[in-house]
Design a protein around this ligand. Sequence first.
Ligand code: PHE
Length: 339
Amino acid sequence: MIDKIKEHIAEVEKFTTQAKEDIENFRIKYLGKKGLLNEFFAEFRNVPNEQKKEFGQTINKLKEAAQEKVNALKEALENKAEEKGVYGDLTRPAQPMEIGARHPISLVKNQITDIFSRIGFNVSEGPEIEDDWHNFTALNLPEYHPARDMQDTFFIQTNPDILLRTHTSSVQVRYMENNKPPIRTISPGRVYRNEAISARSHCFFHQIEGLYIDKEVSFADLKQTLQHFTKEMFGKSKIRLRPSYFPFTEPSAEIDVYWGLATETDHKITKGTGWLEIGGCGMVDPNVLTNCGIDPTEYSGFAFGVGIDRIAMLLHQIGDIRLLSENDVRFLEQFKSAL
Ligand code: PHE
């Protein structure tokens, strides 16, 4: 009899399953009301006294083994079910993930470069710390030229030849020096001017400048290109070119877009005129072409420059230019949905 119980113990220890019903059947077989254990306990009365001790111990062992086995199998089954819950339920909503935002300056810069790259312009960049030649002299602004005062310049104190570029026109000089026409390039970048900081102006801001040099380029090409740009950028194609002066272009003009007067904001940003100034432009001065190694009798070209900060403020209704450089997360995270 004892041997039979021992066989059962061995069997119980070996038993394994992953099915719920099998565990339950196993439990009923050993631990159920009419199970084997109760049968053995009933047998206890008939066991001779000298065997009672061993018999009792063996049945208890079987009982413990069976109980432990049932618990262990049940736990394994539950763990598996839990795992399934984590990895298996594909209908569960995902954990919300924090997404980043592009800076409004980058957004507008990308938009402008996209528009121009679709009509054959490439992107060129240059250093923010420039020399006098690239920022001024090559652009028809020799030393002591009064127009240098138009752009209050930050000089490097120990070397008056080195300065922080006041416009991205310096990149165009570099580009013309290193590339042959036809040239179609736009140069976005940060520029610096020694100006008082206020809601409307800062000592650094961003420009994007375009340059087009080829044979027989005319003012009409410039106008058409700008019109295409304002149409793509703002959905407005009515522009106005007001005569102006830049040392590096002749003739020169300020670019105005007809913004309209539909809303109160329109009145405010256009000062009641409906027209909004977005930048400067002109036909590249022959002196500049000569300075950069391009023959002005063979080639002509146009250039234009627009302020990225101003356009960003306009499109995103930003009331203070300082917000663009303060990096306040509460401001920056508002551009999450913009592309
Ligand atoms: N560089 C000029 C500025 O910063 C803008 C400009 C660019 C004007 C190209 C004409 C042609 O004011």
